[in-house]
Design a protein around this ligand. Structure first.
Ligand code: PFF
Length: 446
């Protein structure tokens, strides 16, 4: 049981805030032309993310078990089909797929932290041409594989060997530091003279750019960044004490996550524009090729760059733990493997699948799956399809299968009556309809 509301918020925010906010959000915003995309993304957070956040926490807290067992138990109690538990299986697979490439990208941040560390102690060259440094990394299979493995071991250390205690303390100390670093970067961005251009890029919608693909990407990002649709937040909800308000807590987590993404965007885009990089140039390398330009000019930039990439890796670490946990917990329950062995198996397989992402940039750079690189294809299927499908089923389950007596007990006591009714009908109708329309777009139905 979490000792308090704050402990739950810390764990859930640790899961939510990660590469999704500081790496993925800026680069897909860039690829989607800014303003209109950001507004659609914010709408997805409010109309899809928030209701599902409440739903996941309430299912977890009501069931008090692992997602699969909680869903099974609650279905039985509601006289519904027990196959609803398959939502948990879908989540395990999605989490595993995301873990595989997440660890590769987290490895990039470790590599950059190490580059700055070497420069700081005077044994490494400075990053004078960030584009070249990034290309060199992508071409170096050994380096990519090493840091990917290193990060996977960091994650397995927590999930399998239970070093949570230390981590919890480290995180409650380090995450605020990351926020301070982002705010300093924001201050730097404001001073570049291009802050208003960046605000314009991020918030001034150009509706002519909007197409179906943009909705799919924005919806996927809302799920990815809030850790929703794969029962990760549900897992944490199982440990939430009964007297704590789900709406307030869920809103705090979603709010903190959105705040970090927006601050990251406001900090990064002025730097991009000030360095004459096209803000729409996009690509997964965006922060790695732009931030070093700022670090090269700032006072104490080398030390700052080291700290920034290191803390980004820590933020990724607290997220990857929640990506690895569902598959590990399932293996422990379904077999007689110890937790250590189960976590090592998940990490080993995740590392192997991650090699497909590593090779996307070098050995397999010509390989295309549904018109995408292997890494993009894995990301696409997991983030843009599996998480929304998971979210859709979770919304339907919470809205229609669970009796409104149960949902009212879990949510209603901490919400005015009208707000509870609004949640119920949004979860029953609006959220599923929005997800269905977007997914229908993928299938070419609309
Ligand atoms: N929310 C994390 C991020 O934004 O980096 C990624 C993530 C973690 C997604 C856990 C899903 C999840 F279950």
């Amino acid at each position: 049981m979490w000792s308090s509301r704050i402990a739950f918020i810390a764990a859930a925010t640790g899961s939510a805030v990660g590469l999704g906010n500081i790496w993925r959000f800026p680069y897909i915003t860039s690829e989607n032309g800014g303003g209109a995309f950001v507004l659609i993304y914010l709408a997805c957070i409010a109309l899809v993310g928030l209701p599902i956040m409440f739903a996941e926490i309430l299912i977890g807290r009501r069931g008090r078990m692992s997602p699969i067992n909680s869903l099974r138990e609650l279905s039985t109690a509601s006289n519904a089909n027990r196959s609803w538990a398959l939502i948990g299986v879908l989540g395990i697979i999605a989490g595993f797929m995301i873990l595989s490439f997440y660890s590769v990208v987290a490895g990039w941040t470790l590599h950059y932290a190490f580059l700055y560390f070497k420069e700081w102690i005077g044994v490494g060259a400075s990053i004078s041409d960030p584009g070249a440094t990034f290309s060199a990394l992508l071409g170096d299979v050994g380096e990519l594989t090493f840091w990917h493995g290193f990060f996977m071991l960091m994650t397995v250390g927590v999930v399998g060997f239970g070093v949570e205690k230390g981590l919890e303390r480290a995180v409650s100390l380090l995450m605020p530091v990351l926020l301070v670093l982002l705010l300093i970067l924001l201050g730097y961005g404001m001073n570049t003279g291009h802050f208003y251009d960046a605000v314009g890029f991020l918030f001034k919608p150009d509706w002519t750019q909007v197409d179906g693909a943009m909705f799919v990407t924005a919806l996927g990002q809302a799920f990815f960044t809030l850790s929703l649709g794969m029962c990760a937040i549900m897992t944490y909800g199982a440990y939430l004490p009964a007297n704590i308000s789900i709406p307030r807590t869920g809103a705090a987590v979603a709010g903190a996550d959105t705040f970090v993404a927006i601050i990251a965007g406001l900090a990064i885009f002025p730097i991009i524009i000030a360095n004459n990089i096209d803000p729409g140039s996009g690509g997964p390398g965006l922060i790695f090729t732009s931030l070093p330009l700022a670090f090269g000019q700032m006072p104490f930039g080398i030390f700052y760059g080291m700290l920034m990439f290191l803390l980004l890796a820590v933020a990724a670490w607290t997220s990857s733990i929640s990506l690895m946990e569902p598959a590990t917990a399932y293996l422990v329950e379904a077999t007689n493997l110890s937790r250590k062995k189960a976590a090592l198996i998940v990490a080993g397989l995740g590392w192997l699948l991650g090699l497909a992402s590593v090779f996307s940039f070098n050995l397999w750079s010509e390989v295309e799956i549904v018109g995408k690189s292997p890494m993009d294809a894995i990301d696409y299927v997991a983030t843009q399809i599996m998480l929304p499908v998971g979210g859709l089923l979770i919304a339907l389950f919470a809205g229609w299968v669970l009796s409104s007596k149960i949902t009212r007990e879990e949510l209603g006591e901490n919400m005015p009556g009208w707000a509870f009714s609004a949640w119920l009908w949004i979860t029953r109708v609006v959220t599923p309809a929005l997800i269905l329309v977007v997914l229908g777009g993928i299938l070419g139905i609309f």
